[in-house]
Design a protein. Structure first.
Length: 343
């Protein structure tokens, strides 16, 4: 007769996304980790052998959380599951359920896990530059590199969700049930990164608000005309996807004593849309990129900073991007995307 045995490990939600893929690859390569992968869709077969357990389920489902609680001893959570920015604007109520209620469910799970095994659970949460809300393009230009505590007035549901969950994480880590007689102190070690626009050589862009950089590359590689939905002069920070995985693990492995805040900006480079076009045209000589701004999407991008100040991440946990603009496009994005479309 078999029985369930609680297994210590790392829980990754949203494991089927590209960030989840990259994280599983890196953790598996390092070895010594029991990886529990969770997603609403079955995990890619290429990754299943690298995980100790793969679970198909919804983070809003109570019975799934009960199963996780009873079967596993979880010491680290990478909560990557989310409803992303463009879809969130079309279904804001659904976005709130997934992005906020789902995050609360995982925070509660982490608290209960900490009570059971007696150690703080490290909880990594990917936030976004969508938490910023600069009122006008002229103010955006004057703002320069924005610090974490500046311009925190998001104008999108996704940005509101991310900002609120940053506060939830801080609450669960530092103030959870602060009036209770049996208050649990230090049950969660919450850590978050506000990611800039992420550009991938692997994933086909899905219409996200910062996807114009990726869309230019993929269209050019296929010989298709591309109409860019933002102005030529618009500028926001970006990062190559491998650096996002690197940053998550670097922050996760940092000592708690070295961290002076729970949420950190990071950046890679911040070209204008026109500068990205110039790189694409230089590499793909037949590329046809035109600028036809969509007023609604442009208005959202105009609220995001031209650049962010990542000095706290550099100081506290040694963050230095491995991919600058030249290396990101020359060694990662252009070769990867070009090879992806070869027959």
């Amino acid at each position: 007769m078999s029985e369930h045995i609680r297994k210590p490990g790392v829980l990754i939600t949203g494991a089927n996304g590209e960030m989840g893929h990259g994280l599983i690859d890196r953790l598996a390569a390092e070895g010594g980790q029991t990886i529990i992968a969770l997603d609403v869709q079955p995990l890619d077969e290429t990754l299943q052998s690298r995980c100790s357990a793969t679970i198909v389920g919804d983070i809003l489902e109570p019975r799934l959380l009960e199963r996780l609680q009873s079967e596993y001893e979880i010491h680290t959570v990478f909560h990557l599951a989310a409803l992303l920015s463009t879809r969130a604007e079309f279904t804001p109520e659904a976005a709130h359920r997934v992005n906020v209620e789902g995050t609360m469910n995982l925070l509660k799970l982490a608290i209960e896990q900490s009570r059971w095994h007696g150690y703080p659970v490290r909880f990594f949460f990917p936030s976004s530059i969508a938490v910023y809300g600069i009122p006008s393009p002229s103010m955006k230009q004057r703002a320069g590199r924005v610090k974490e505590i500046e311009w925190n007035a998001p104008t999108t549901m996704y940005g509101c969700n991310k900002m609120y969950c940053e506060h939830l994480g801080r609450y669960y880590a530092q103030h959870y049930r602060q009036l209770a007689a049996d208050r649990l102190i230090g049950g969660i070690d919450f850590r978050s990164i506000r990611f800039p626009g992420l550009i991938s050589a692997v994933t086909v862009p899905s219409g996200g608000t910062s996807d114009y950089a990726s869309e230019m590359l993929h269209a050019a590689a296929q010989g298709q005309r591309y109409s860019c939905f933002v102005r030529e002069d618009v500028r926001i920070p970006f990062m190559a996807m491998p650096d996002a995985i690197y940053a998550m693990l670097l922050l996760n492995n940092a000592s708690r004593e070295s961290l002076t805040q729970t949420v950190y900006n990071i950046r890679g480079f911040n070209p204008s849309a026109g500068e990205i076009r110039d790189i694409v045209v230089k590499e793909f000589h037949q590329a046809d990129v035109r600028f036809l701004p969509d007023d609604k999407r442009q208005a959202i991008v105009d609220t995001w900073p031209e650049d962010v100040d990542d000095s706290a991440a550099r100081r506290d946990w040694g963050w230095i991007p491995q991919y600058d603009l030249e290396r990101a496009f020359g060694q990662y994005l252009i070769p990867g995307i070009r090879n992806g479309y070869k027959s």
